[in-house]
Every structure is written in structure tokens, then in C-alpha cells.
Design a protein around this ligand. Sequence first.
Ligand code: COA
Length: 354
Amino acid sequence: MVKKIDILPKNKRYFKKLIPFAQRIIQTIEDGGIPTIVYGSFAHFYHTKDKTMNVNDIDIMVPEHKKNLQKISSILKKSNIKHNYYPKWETLIIKKGMLKVEVDGVGQNYKTMKENSLFKFNYDKIDFYGLSVKLLKLNQIEEMYSRALIESDKTKLNVVHKVKLLEKFLDRKIKGDLKVDRIKSKDLNRKDKKALEELRVKEFGEENRKDFKKDYESDTLWVVIKKKGKIVSFGGIRPIKVKYKGRIYHIGGICSTISVIKKKGYGKIMVNVMKDYSQETGKTILGFTGQTKFFSKCGFGTKKNFVRRFVWVKPNGEKVYDDDGDGIYYEGRDKLISKILKTKSPAHIFVEYW
Ligand SMILES: CC(C)(COP(=O)(O)OP(=O)(O)OC[C@H]1O[C@@H](n2cnc3c(N)ncnc32)[C@H](O)[C@@H]1OP(=O)(O)O)[C@@H](O)C(=O)NCCC(=O)NCCS
């Protein structure tokens, strides 16, 4: 059943102009064969009918895959709709004067949703002032906010106010049962140290056991995701020195990325916190793995067999080579990865492949 909406948010005058603008864009994208779901503050407003809310733009999500945003960009061009496309953020912004519509690939703002199920079942059909549109369900807005609360500070600031409004409407706290800890090896308490060591053994075997205080640099940073107090995903960033073409670079070495509970989006949240770390510090982070596809899905750069470009130089000068591992990285201000990819010169490291 299509539900009709007849109320307006607080900023009525502006919003009345926004409606036809957004309708035209939704219609144009859908006519181009790409499904859309309206989310963001309008979906929040619709579900709560909170007339004290302003709705300043319309947010639309589309499935992230199959170069959808690129396709949308050309559809809009054909319809003479001016817009800016930001491939890095999987976002496209359409502005006309003050009016604004934003189109996002699902995997970005809505980092942990499963695209397929989202577009198949998880929306309400509503009558958007005369146009039938799909709208994100209330429980998913809640989930989105609760995840945004553990994301970077910037995302967090954007949602804090909306979270308060939604909590008022729900008359309870937003679930937010996930907690992110960022903690250095030297600061790990006994309980967490033991838990991390055992979970690592469970994944990689007893023969690969590590002592988190002795076998990792004391400044190794652990990102630990807990759900109701239990560790569900974790990974480390080691301080690593790389020598390339005579220059020393200090980067973060991504190591031991493990989801205790798999395929629930916890790994993605964990590596997104690593990405935040790279953005905050400007540091390049790099790991070697066979789980290339997972990292690529999380927005990391990848390079097949990249480990072959790295030579481990032991303190006695002996050189050790490895040929098994793709590179997964998020590049920082030093642009180290781009520099290495431009030449055939080896990069030297001074600890065993991490
Ligand atoms: C790799 C690993 C950390 C992924 O964690 P996870 O919590 O299961 O992953 P998520 O649920 O967050 O998945 C995020 C996305 O990646 C995809 N993905 C996860 N594992 C994948 C894999 N092995 N191959 C391809 N895609 C994968 C998911 O389908 C999901 O896609 P979606 O966003 O389109 O839905 C986890 O499988 C693991 O612990 N593996 C064993 C340890 C390991 O090999 N670590 C890496 C090397 S040190």
C-alpha cells in the first residue's frame, strides 16, 4: 500500500521548492533503470512526523555496484541537470540555487547494509507529494545512525542532533550496541590482551600465536569492535619503516585483521576506523593479504602481488623475499604507494612481512 504524506517540515517555504526539484531527479534516475531509496533527514521526518525538524536536502541512495553513479552522471547530463560527481566518495550532488539533492552509493554512507536485500525488501513505498518513491524504513534509519555514531568525528557531528530527535520520538536510546576501542599494545589490559591472543590463535592456529605486548611494537594501534562487551572484530596498525629510493617513510602496517563473527559488516566497520586513522594522521596504511576483495569492497586500494616489491632487510644485511600477497592500502599524504607503483625500484622493510 502506498502511504500518502500531507505534512511539511519546519522550513516549509524552502521545502515546497525542494519537492519538485527532488521529484524530477528521482524520476530521471529511475527512468534510467536505476532503483532509488530516499533516506536521510526526509525519511527521518516522514517516519516521526516531527514538524520541528528542518529538511534541508533530499538524500537518495542507489546500489553502489555496476558503476551506477557514473551512469547517473551521464543520465543527468543528457537531461541537462547540472551536478558534481565525487567518485572518491561515491557521491553525486545536484544543486540549484539553495536547493540540494544528494545521491549516494549504498556502500558509503550506509556502510554495512547488504545492498541486495535493501533494494528488494527493506523500504516503505510512499506517496512523495504526488510521486511514488521508496523510503528507508525506520528501523534502518536507527541502525544507520547507530553506526554513524561510531564513525569518524565528522560523520558523528552530523548525526548527533538527529539522533537526539529520533531518541525523543522513540522514547528510548538508540541501540548503539557496538563500541569501538582504539588502543595501543602497551595500554591493553590483561583481559583484552588475552582475549585478542586467543581469538587470533583460533583464526590462524596455535603455531602462529603472538604475544600482543612482546611481539608487536608497543605503539601498535589496535582497533577493537565490541558488541555488548564481546569482541566481534579487530585489527592492528603497526608502526613500520619503509625505505624507498633513499628516503625513509613511516607508515602504518595493517595486520591481524580478523572478524570473530563474519559477514555481518563488523570487518568493514573495523577497517573503516583504520581509514579514519589514515585520514586523521595523513599516514599511509598498507597490508599484504589474500583477502583482497574484502578490502576492495571497503574502499581500499589494491595491487596484485604487491608484496614482491618489498624486500625485508635483516639486521645482518640478509635480504628476504616473499611472493605471496596482494597489497591493500589507503594512501596518505606521503603518496608512497603511488611513488612505488611508478617505478620498478624495490622498497625495503626492516621487520618481517607483517
Ligand atoms: C576478511 C574478514 C576480516 C572480513 O570480515 P567480515 O566481518 O566477515 O566482513 P564484512 O561482513 O564486514 O564484509 C564487508 C563486505 O566485504 C565482503 N566480504 C567479506 N569477506 C569477503 C571475502 N572473503 N571475499 C569477498 N568479499 C568478502 C562482504 O560480502 C561485504 O560486502 P557488502 O558490503 O557488499 O555486503 C574476515 O573474513 C576474517 O576474519 N577472515 C579471516 C582472517 C583473515 O583472513 N584476515 C585477513 C588477512 S590478515
